[in-house]
Ligand binder design. Structure first.
Ligand code: MN
Length: 487
């Protein structure tokens, strides 16, 4: 399907009826001219690529400058136009975005080095201006959609890179739209047979069985919600094929035993209605124990908010319900991109997610590439937990983190002087893995100078490990000095 300028304009106007599209039209003319003699490997006119990129950006509610930068993103790389030309015609901000995307695309190395280099570039760009990454996602999405016309080897390399770098970062940023689309396209190219099999089962489930099931559930729950004056929309939410595949592998289970392939999503008006709705669901169907999750009180690290519960639903079928407000729903689709839409299009995010800072620190601290990748995997590409300080401040840590990681995350001195811990007011051992929602109080001893020897084993975060190493080194240094003095 081809994209047109009119489609982009319609979408931009839908996002913001007052948007001034003069510059957008100019960018279109500029891109048409710049790419006029180019075709893509598929035989299509090249302009389709920037048009599709810009359309995706408009669809996910990006700001207008991002949409324009999407139209211009390949101009300086593939044609004779310089970044200065773009700056002259379109201003500093758009030129900065285009330049950022171009820089991201230039990767010198091959193999493992290449992986590290592109990761590093992504994170640096992210710290500078996260919009660059989002434009890059839209660009990559269209490349993945048109991968078929490339030779097998190149196809697999691009799919592999996207699966390892783009999909997890989209997940971190909470952009479900990209995570799912990119994940599924990569899966299709990397595991074509498994993809086909799963797609077939999935379509049957989605088209036939689940449709009836959704209707039936709707009929049961509607009068209850109406009685409470709750306005709602109910629909099915299907897990991406790629996520299903990963879960089957992780749990070593067949498709038929993956329960959350589909969930019922109920979108309501207010947070109060979210909790009321969960109450109603639990009064109709028996909840499966320990499966209620309150991501409104404690959002996921990527910002996702909703209430989830799993119940023995109609026909005794184990069913997940996700209840959320309309704002939360938009945010779950577009993640960080949606923030500009809601928060009046501020240029920079006020608060960067903490993990971006973590990564920059890791980059500063590690020179060795292998160590860099494993540290990144440890502290970022892994589920994170939230725990509380005695004052109620939230500290987020990777899953598996211990009280020692917590202590060093709060303050280096608290780490170094730590002698014990109270987890939820109970004296606990320092090697226990913390759980989301735990409240943690570190017991310190004033005179303690150095961390315990075995702490390097107990600490899971690169941050805590680095601090422990420094403290041990310092201390052995001063012990040596004392020894020399004494001698
Ligand atoms: Mn491109």
């Amino acid at each position: 399907m081809s994209a047109t300028l009119e489609q982009i304009i319609d979408q931009v106007k839908e996002n913001d009826p007052k948007a001034d599209i003069t510059l957008l039209r100019l960018a279109y003319d500029f891109a048409i001219k710049a790419h006029q003699n180019q075709t893509r490997k598929s035989g299509e006119k090249y302009i389709q690529h920037p048009l599709q990129t810009a359309l995706t950006l408009a669809k996910i509610r990006s700001d207008l400058n991002m949409v324009i930068a999407g139209l211009l993103h390949d101009v300086s790389e593939d044609t004779n136009h310089k970044i200065e030309d773009i700056e002259k015609d379109f201003g500093k901000e758009i030129a900065f975005l285009v330049n950022g995307v171009t820089k991201l695309g230039k990767i010198k190395y091959r193999g493992a080095e290449r992986y590290v280099e592109s990761l590093k570039k992504m994170f640096i760009a992210m710290a500078e201006d996260i919009r660059v990454i989002i434009i890059r996602f839209a660009d990559r999405l269209h490349n993945l959609e048109t991968l078929d016309s490339l030779p097998l080897e190149k196809r697999q390399r691009i799919a592999q890179e996207s699966m390892e770098i783009y999909a997890p970062i989209a997940d971190l940023l909470g952009i479900w739209y990209f995570k799912n689309k990119i994940g599924d396209l990569c899966f299709k190219h990397l595991y074509p047979e498994e993809y086909k099999k799963l797609e077939y089962r999935y379509l049957i489930e989605q088209k036939f069985e689940n449709k009836q099931f959704i209707e039936k559930t709707k009929k049961i729950i509607t009068p209850h919600l109406k009685k409470e004056n709750i306005k709602f929309e109910i629909n099915g939410r299907f897990k991406g094929l790629h996520s299903i595949f990963l879960k089957m592998q992780r749990k070593d289970r067949p498709f038929s035993e993956i329960y959350d392939v589909f969930a019922l999503r109920i979108v309501v008006d207010s947070i109060a209605d979210c909790y009321k709705t969960i109450g109603i669901i639990h009064s109709i169907w028996k909840p499966k124990s320990h499966r209620f999750k309150d991501y409104i009180a404690i959002p996921k690290p990527n910002g996702y908010r909703a209430l989830h519960t799993t119940v023995f639903g109609p026909n005794g079928k184990v069913t997940e319900f996700q209840v959320l407000t309309k704002d939360m729903y938009e945010e779950s689709l577009y993640g960080i991109a949606a923030h500009w839409y809601y928060k009046g299009r501020t240029v920079q995010l006020e608060h960067q997610p903490r993990w971006i800072q973590d990564i920059l620190n890791i980059m500063k601290q590690t020179k060795d590439n292998k160590e860099f990748v494993s540290n990144i995997k440890l502290s970022v590409f892994q589920d994170r937990i939230f725990v509380f300080t005695p004052k109620g401040d939230v500290i987020d840590l990777p899953e598996g983190a211990t009280a020692i990681d917590f202590a060093y995350a709060v303050h280096t001195e608290i780490g170094n002087k730590c002698v014990g811990v109270l987890i939820n007011d109970k004296i606990s051992s320092l090697d226990i893995s913390l759980k989301s929602g735990d409240s943690i109080e570190i017991i310190t001893e004033k005179n303690r100078k150095k961390p315990g020897k075995d702490w390097l084993r107990l600490a899971k975060t690169p941050h805590a490990r680095a601090k422990i190493k420094t403290a041990i080194k310092k201390d052995s240094g001063s012990a040596l000095k004392r020894f020399i003095k004494w001698k």
